[in-house]
Unconditional design. Structure first.
Length: 257
């Protein structure tokens, strides 16, 4: 698939793969291809090591054409108000991807202050825990039945747990993928972000790793720092059962009052 890749306002072309050498720091990118919806995002390079970014472009719901990003006149096909709303939404989505990369780095850098600041004071923080249940009268192997239970913490409880985790571990590595961004249908400043997270850490008590799905409810207000009102984590596997799309928390599960 031939595509145009724009990184920090510089344009590159590639057939399914583009390899670039970039300096350490944040970079914005956009991928455009004929017949596909474009993809946008940000990446923060924290070390001079190769990093692979994979974007699977979805087939466009309407015919599209590839245009080189440039200051060229564009024929207006939609009302100005709709164009303005779409531009704001596109800008916010790019911002959320950057905020998300910063959010990921806060864990690796053990930046407890930044994590405290990014959550609202009344944030809802939910964690899924897999429990093994045994029914009476059955042999141990056949009676094991994993169950997914949820615990709810307030902001201070969550931050306290993070502080303990940071103290116990010398190193923490966090990876995000399968990122999906959804704008609230009526509250324009609210966005739901769902993604798959891989966590690994090591310290005096040994190594630990897990993987699961995270949902974040962001509030984006112009001129103010972004705020997270909801954060959930669910393991991607419960016994031999992989969580389905319908079982993963989404914005509809948290009505905005």
């Amino acid at each position: 698939m031939n595509a145009i890749v724009v990184v920090d306002s510089k344009t590159y072309t590639g057939n399914g793969r583009v390899e670039l050498t970039l300096p350490v720091g944040p970079h914005d990118y956009q991928i455009v291809a004929t017949g596909y919806d474009s993809a946008e995002g940000s990446v923060k390079l924290t070390a001079s090591q190769p990093r692979i970014i994979t974007e699977n472009l979805a087939a466009a719901t309407q015919p599209t054409t590839v245009q080189q990003p440039a200051s060229q006149p564009v024929k207006q096909q939609e009302p100005v108000e709709q164009n303005t709303q779409d531009a704001i939404d596109s800008q916010r989505r790019r911002g959320i991807l950057k905020y998300l990369e910063d959010f990921r780095s806060y864990f690796e850098e053990k930046n407890i202050k930044a994590l405290r600041d990014i959550f609202s004071d009344d944030a809802i923080l939910i964690t899924g825990i897999v429990l093994q249940r045994r029914s009476q009268g059955a042999d141990q192997e056949s009676s094991k039945k994993p169950e997914l239970k949820y615990s709810k913490n307030n902001k201070e409880q969550y931050i306290s747990r993070l502080e303990n985790t940071f103290r116990r571990n010398n190193s923490i590595t966090v990876e995000f993928d399968q990122i999906k961004i959804e704008r609230h249908p009526t509250e324009a400043n609210f966005y739901g972000v769902t993604f798959h997270q891989k966590w690994s850490s090591g310290g005096s008590l040994g190594n630990y790793s897990d993987s699961g799905y995270v949902f974040l409810l962001w509030e984006i207000v112009e001129g103010k720092p972004p705020v997270i009102h909801v954060r959930t984590w669910q393991p991607d596997m419960v016994g031999n059962h992989k969580l389905t799309e319908d079982e993963i928390f989404k914005m509809k599960d948290f009505p905005i009052q």
